[in-house]
Design a protein around this ligand. Structure first.
Ligand code: HEC
Length: 220
């Protein structure tokens, strides 16, 4: 029993010794403060430059088309991801923020800024050349700029640029659709939605009546 106690005492002592030594080591190990000078390296810089070709995590950009809109040197004409309602809504929101001040919400080039002395009026998206332009062209214009238009690569992320591309194509269709583009059963022009108790004074927002309640149509 006495021996056991001695052994555990020795073990405890050894543990204390080992642990405290460990703590000391961690505290006094050689290190440099950020950007401090170092005599170890020939250029005396403690902060080392990145190894050539270093890629940040998540920034490999292996999908070249997603980041350039180009296949080789030519503009591609497909979306790098499927267009959903969310993508179009995002595209409309970003377009209205970043592009409509010059290109107008309709994309006809009659935005506010060109009416106040901006040196060149942007072209309408509804001219045949831009109607036929491949999707990659619009992505490229936003990524690298075009003529006197500056690029939007730092303000708009690549995914958002593609969302804007999809929305521009929707805008073009909206201004130049033919009867065959309208889904079967849809009236032309489409009927305005039924409103619930509209006072049309502008004081409150109108509420669209749900389509499945025909009784509301009788209301004044
Ligand atoms: C400050 C005003 C301004 C804003 C904002 C702007 N543009 Fe432009 N854009 C122009 C002008 C001006 C031109 C014509 C440039 C030229 O021909 O030198 C142009 C041209 C274009 C063209 C036509 C290129 C061609 O092939 O003729 C596209 C497409 C375009 N812009 C897309 C966009 C998109 C998308 C955005 C939003 C991300 C945007 N622009 C924001 C002013 C603007």
């Amino acid at each position: 029993m006495v021996r056991l106690r001695q052994v555990s005492f020795a073990a405890a002592l050894a543990a204390v010794g080992l642990l405290s030594a460990c703590r000391l080591d961690m505290q006094v190990q050689p290190r440099l403060n950020p950007l401090a000078e170092s005599n170890f390296f020939a250029d005396h810089r403690g902060a080392r430059p990145l190894v050539e070709g270093t890629v940040a995590r998540g920034d490999l950009r292996a999908d070249t088309y997603f980041y350039t809109g180009k296949i080789g040197n030519n503009d591609g004409d497909y979306m790098p991801f499927p267009i959903t309602k969310e993508v179009l809504e995002r595209g409309r929101e970003r377009f209205d923020i970043y592009c409509s001040p010059c290109h107008s919400p309709l994309g006809d080039g009659n935005g506010f800024i060109p009416t106040r002395g901006f040196s060149r009026r942007p072209p309408s998206y509804h001219i045949p050349r831009l109607q036929k332009a491949p999707l990659g062209h619009f992505f490229d214009v936003m990524t690298n700029g075009f003529g006197i238009m500056l690029d939007y690569s730092s303000q708009v992320t690549p995914r958002d640029r593609w969302a804007i591309v999809a929305y521009i194509r929707a805008l073009q269709l909206s201004q130049d659709a033919i009867r065959a583009d309208v889904p079967a059963g849809q009236a032309i022009p489409s009927r305005p939605p039924k409103m619930k108790g509209v006072d049309a004074s502008g004081a409150t927002l109108p509420i669209v009546a749900p389509a499945s309640t025909p009784k509301l149509e009788e209301q004044p």
